[in-house]
Design a protein around this ligand. Structure first.
Ligand SMILES: *Cc1c(COP(=O)(O)O)cnc(C)c1O
Length: 219
């Protein structure tokens, strides 16, 4: 079942869209089924759980941390994490840079933007992001690489609202690219779209969708 869902979903995706299979709360057996169907990119939202799964599973899996991240947890995953989706403060970026340096790595990160109307969701606004990118501290960081942006739309049946929110993120991406990363091809990802809204997200320019329940079932 899981393998079939992965294959079907992948066959529907444009070539430039990466599927992050969100395996949070699911056992390693489920992840292995997806792995055997060729899936290599998995997303988790808790550091401890991701570390345990990293230990138990094949080492060519790319692990993405997709959820809110506390600075004191960064050190546990710094040796192996492939992409951190939810950077929402300079302090967190500084910590990632510090731990990446200790591991002699450069860690890819996305800036998380607050695009939903619900105020429960984390993320930066445009000015806060600009402040980070203009800061002396960011300028001196050698062990993080900002690879793009991430956001979550409101949970609503209102398609137009979801479209508007994704479009906002798409526009932020392009403004930030032209102001700060014009000659940096590594700034390229727009991580938006989940099980309920990934088709809208792709239509609005997503390059990376994070899909859990449509693959692994409800949690
Ligand atoms: C859980 C989660 C997802 C996946 O959600 P589904 O609705 O199960 O596809 C995507 N992004 C983030 C940040 C999540 O926490």
């Amino acid at each position: 079942m899981i393998a079939e869902k992965i294959l079907k979903l992948k066959s529907e995706l444009p070539a430039n869209v990466t599927l992050v299979a969100v395996s949070k709360t699911k056992p390693v057996e489920d992840i292995l089924q997806a792995y055997q169907a060729g899936q290599r990119v998995f997303g988790e939202n808790k550091v401890q759980e991701m570390c345990d799964k990293y230990e138990a599973l094949p080492k060519d899996i790319q692990w993405h941390l997709i959820g809110h991240l506390q600075t004191n947890k960064v050190k546990y995953m710094a040796p192996f994490v492939s992409l951190i989706h939810a950077v929402d403060s300079l302090k967190l970026l500084q910590e990632i840079n510090k731990e990446a340096k200790k591991n002699n790595r450069v860690i890819d990160c996305l800036l998380q933007f607050h695009i939903a109307q619900e105020d429960t969701k984390f993320g930066l606004d445009f000015d806060e992001a600009t402040e980070i990118l203009k800061s002396e501290s960011y300028f001196e960081m050698e062990n993080v690489r900002i690879a793009g942006v991430m956001g979550m739309a409101s949970f609503t049946d209102n398609t137009e609202q979801v479209e508007d929110e994704f479009r906002t993120l798409y526009n932020y991406f392009h403004i930030i690219k032209s102001h700060h990363f014009k000659f940096n091809p590594e700034f390229r990802e727009i991580s938006m779209g989940m099980s309920g809204d990934y088709q809208i997200a792709i239509a609005e320019g997503s390059t990376m969708i994070r899909v859990g329940s449509s693959i692994f079932g409800g949690r």
